[in-house]
Design a binder for this molecule. Structure first.
Ligand SMILES: [Fe+2]
Length: 322
């Protein structure tokens, strides 16, 4: 069924199929807190980015507010209407809020625009809240999205979703990186899994990995699995290679000194050379990781709307975040 829908999607449980390493890789941020230029974009508590690999394009997450990504892309001259596939890294509203608006608006121009959503298993698990309120931000959008002709493609494990591009599926929690809970410091909710009602550690949380000759480029939405868990799982399932670049939200804004030191040591161990900490990574955490990992101002930057990473060239971090 999935193969009929998507000829190049291969769902494999343990490791993704080895292919040719990607040659050209570019990531452009479309939603995050900070805006780096006065000329284009607006900031929000959310995340979205466009990934371009050897001519294929993928949208990763859709921002928080319904129109942020649509408007930011227009102001940055990024045409999203020619992108057919997107990934939602997890169920939270600051990553799924733009889904319906983007699909509805862009499909008027191009019917196939954002018509296939790759999701990790567990993203539709109910999150029962106080008074019976549903806490899963994606569930109310599911039927509305499908009524536009769009389809969700669920991945239980690592899968190749574009040539040279893998989606990790749910990332196993080997290390106790507790990168979840309300961004405002509230209580941790519960999730209804097939095994029962348990603490909601966002079990579906996934990352995207591009395999290049220099190593892996990892893009994370919110990093609820933990940046170290994601990197280790990428090295296990995609290729046992250095993690050349890490980009996106890594949920370290409230991390302790001890956690940041441990994380930095792991970044060094994995060979991380470039890092863009956007969204929930936190600004102080980016600066601290840069220093602790012995990296430079050019190679570790705070993510801003319009900022980009070009493999082989490095970051264009925008005026403010440089
Ligand atoms: Fe988030």
């Amino acid at each position: 069924m999935i193969r009929l829908l998507l000829p190049f999607v291969l769902c494999l449980p343990a490791a993704v199929a080895a292919g040719q390493p990607a040659k050209t890789v570019k990531v452009t941020v479309l939603s995050t807190m900070l805006v780096g230029n006065s000329a284009a974009g607006i900031g929000e508590w959310g995340f979205a980015a466009v990934l371009e690999v050897d001519g294929h394009r993928l949208l990763i997450d859709t921002g928080a507010r319904s129109e942020t990504v649509l408007k930011n892309a227009a102001e940055l001259n990024v045409d999203l209407s020619t992108i057919t596939d997107l990934v939602l890294t997890h169920n939270h509203a600051d990553h799924t809020g733009g889904l319906l608006t983007l699909r509805r608006e862009l499909s008027r121009k191009q019917p196939s625009a954002l018509s296939r959503v790759h999701v990790p298993r567990g993203i539709f698990y109910p999150r029962p809240g106080a008074g019976g309120r549903e806490g899963n931000g994606l569930l109310p959008l599911k039927a509305a999205y499908e009524s536009t002709g769009g389809v969700f493609i669920e991945h239980a494990g690592a899968a190749t979703i574009m040539p040279g591009v893998s989606m990790l599926g749910p990332v196993p929690r080997v290390h106790p990186e507790r990168n979840f809970g309300s961004p405002r410091g509230g209580t941790i909710g519960r999730v209804q899994t097939p095994e029962g009602l348990v603490e909601d550690n966002v079990p579906e949380d996934t990352s995207i990995v591009v395999d290049t000759a220099d190593g892996l480029v990892l893009i994370s939405g919110c990093g609820h699995s933990g940046i170290v868990n994601a990197m280790e799982f990428a090295r296990k399932t995609v290729r046992a290679a250095p993690v050349y670049a890490a980009i996106g939200g890594f949920h370290l804004f409230a991390a302790s000194d001890e956690t940041l030191s441990w994380t930095a040591a792991k970044l060094k161990e994995f060979g991380v050379r470039h890092m863009m900490g956007a969204h929930c990574t936190g600004i102080e955490a980016v600066y601290r990781l840069r220093q602790l990992a012995g990296l430079s101002r050019q190679t570790v930057v705070v993510g801003a709307v319009g900022a980009s990473y070009t493999h082989g060239k490095g970051f264009d971090a925008t005026v403010l975040a440089r």
